[in-house]
Ligand binder design. Structure first.
Ligand code: PSU
Ligand code: MN
Length: 306
């Protein structure tokens, strides 16, 4: 836990006082993952999905050097409209706070912040992972290390195919991170509900996921769980359609010499343009779906009196 002052939104402060289930939400998806105004509309929809499923949403970001757990409407809107917001991963969080900066939190930084606030469940769209070509670029997201050390259950829609999925799974296995497909045997692949890869683990209900979270803690194991929740069938983009587009975007990134933390936002933006916005519709549907599942898991964790 942290001795840093945390700034709770009124809604999250009330939920804490009443010991109601809370779901953490990241902000990099808002500032670097989607264009305005769809980013703001999605953030609202995701928060509402958490509320409708019986939990309280806590969108996390650093604003003027203060770590916010839950953003009220005005702050969320300002962040969604802001330009040139920093993207904060584990390495960047403390410097941003120390210098009074403003930044959006990635999966890694959101996990750190959620844990500091005593929140054990987190919903997002896609996590960072091992990028294609990592054997030469060494581009492996800090999200994977974070899953290995911070005890938060992260609900995503599987890894996006801008990543090297088999290598991402190998690294997660090496780090001892449970990768749990929800309700199916194959690993969901973000835009596609299924993939050719079998998921390492499978659970079929939120209670079991909550119990597994608690069992890790009881065993004294550090680190979290990655839950891969398939995109709803009606929102899927077939792999045959999306893969060539990802390959084109990846080629462009290499040709333009895009590296480091700029890679994921560049690819997401190019894929959005090349699919004429369809990638965004799918992205919105899956994040909302993940928010619902995370809220149910958070409710079960609450019931278990963690
Ligand atoms: N994947 C997506 N959408 C996103 C991201 C990843 O499909 O918005 C964001 C998340 O915040 C994730 C971060 O934690 O990108 C990973 O960035 P990097 O690969 O630079 O660690
Ligand atoms: Mn990276």
């Amino acid at each position: 836990m942290t001795t840093l002052p945390l700034h709770y939104s009124p809604e999250v402060a009330a939920a804490r006082a009443e010991a109601r289930p809370i779901v953490a939400l990241e902000s990099t998806i808002i500032t670097h993952g989607m264009p305005y105004p769809q980013n703001l509309e999605t953030a609202w929809q995701v928060e509402d999905a958490v509320r409708d499923a019986g939990a309280i949403p806590a969108t996390i970001a650093v604003l003027d050097g203060q770590l916010h757990i839950g953003l009220d409407e005005a702050r969320l809107e300002a962040l969604a409209r802001a330009q040139n917001v920093a993207k904060l991963s584990r390495a960047d969080l403390a410097v941003c706070i120390a210098t009074g900066g403003t930044g959006a939190t990635t999966v890694a930084a959101t996990m750190i912040s959620a844990h500091a606030a005593g929140i054990a469940t987190f919903a997002t769209g896609g996590i960072g992972g091992v990028h294609r070509g990592a054997e030469t670029s060494f581009d492996i997201s800090a999200d994977l290390q974070e899953l290995a050390q911070t005890p938060v259950t992260v609900v995503c829609a599987g890894a996006k195919a801008i990543l090297d999925l088999p290598k991402t799974l190998e690294v997660l296995e090496t780090l001892g991170v449970p990768v749990i497909a929800y309700g199916q045997d194959s690993l969901p692949a973000f835009w596609s509900a299924t993939s050719e890869m079998p998921a390492p683990l499978r659970l079929d209900d939120p209670q079991s996921i909550a119990r597994a979270h608690l069992a890790r803690a009881a065993l004294g194991l550090p680190g979290g769980q990655l839950v891969a929740n398939p995109i709803p069938a009606e929102a899927e983009i077939p792999a045959a359609e999306i893969i060539p587009i990802i390959e084109e975007a990846t080629r462009e990134a290499t040709a333009k010499g895009i590296t480091g933390k700029a890679v994921t936002p560049f690819l997401l933006d190019r894929i959005y343009t090349l699919t004429q916005g369809r990638s965004l519709d799918a992205n919105i549907a899956l994040v909302v779906n993940n928010a619902r599942l995370a809220a149910k898991i958070a409710t079960c964790l609450g019931d278990a009196d963690q």
